[in-house]
Design a protein around this ligand. Structure first.
Ligand SMILES: [Zn+2]
Length: 254
């Protein structure tokens, strides 16, 4: 790292758990952030300010006036622009050292697999179950750690599935695809502005810990947050051995 980087990241480097080695790992890391909205905004901002060297931002949406109440990556002059272009510009102002790869598309199929394959960590900041399940399946296949976040109204949740570890459960173990129920999205429901900041920031925190190899991650636990009551609730996650995504393939019928 050069002198400017040593200064920029000095408050990280002063932490013995991170130090120069941990910071160098962050600078050499690549994070895939899917969704540049309420969760992706604080997540991408903290990954960038903390020095994660390459951030791939994927989102096919444009900035709308109704986004600005909570999507802090975007500004009023960015209304009408692609969210990933707006996000790339904002990140560039905060930390020009970071390389932002802006994908103005809904990542699917082989494109999603390739983006996950190249990433050291994936942050699911999307707002619908179809995307969440597709991201989970790609992360299981490619054995890449997934930091999952969700927020609606006053309720949030965050979980980590470290698919680098054998026997790790997955998002599908927790929320089977056939139990989706009625989908509630921020696009149509209300959402408390700072709630997405809290959950998205937690996602950045867990991602940075995974990348730098520090502390104990949230892997194996689900945190549920009730912003109205200011209460966190923790649930242990166990792997579903018959999970259609991460479970052992069933033996073929004889
Ligand atoms: Zn599973």
């Amino acid at each position: 790292m050069n002198d400017d980087q040593l200064l920029r990241y000095s408050r990280h480097i002063l932490l013995p758990e991170i130090g120069i080695e941990g910071q160098a790992r962050l600078v050499g890391s690549r994070a895939l952030v899917i969704g540049a909205g309420g969760l992706g905004s604080p997540a991408a901002l903290y990954l960038a300010s903390a020095g994660v060297g390459t951030i791939v931002l994927a989102d096919n949406d444009t900035v709308d006036l109704t986004n600005l109440q909570r999507q802090i990556l975007h500004t009023t002059p960015a209304i009408g622009r692609p969210k990933v272009a707006s996000g790339r510009d904002t990140i560039g102002l905060i930390n020009p050292e970071v390389q932002v790869v802006a994908l103005a598309e809904r990542l699917e199929g082989a494109r999603l697999d390739a983006a996950v394959h190249e990433a050291d960590v994936v942050l699911d900041c999307s707002d619908n179950f179809a995307t969440r399940h597709a991201i989970n399946e790609a992360c299981v296949r490619e054995r890449v750690a997934l930091v999952s976040g969700a927020a609606i109204r006053f309720d949030g949740q965050v979980a980590v599935f470290d698919h680098r570890e054998p026997g790790s459960g997955c998002y599908h173990c927790l929320f089977p695809a056939d139990a989706r129920g009625d989908e509630e999205r921020c696009a149509t429901m209300g959402v408390f502005a700072p709630l997405v900041g809290v959950i998205g920031t937690m996602q950045a925190m867990e991602a940075i810990k995974l990348l730098a190899g520090i502390g104990e991650t949230l892997a194996g636990r689900l945190l549920l947050f009730d912003a109205r009551a200011q209460r966190w609730h923790e649930v242990r996650l166990s792997r579903d051995p018959h999970c259609a995504v991460c479970g052992e393939p069933r033996a073929a019928a004889a």
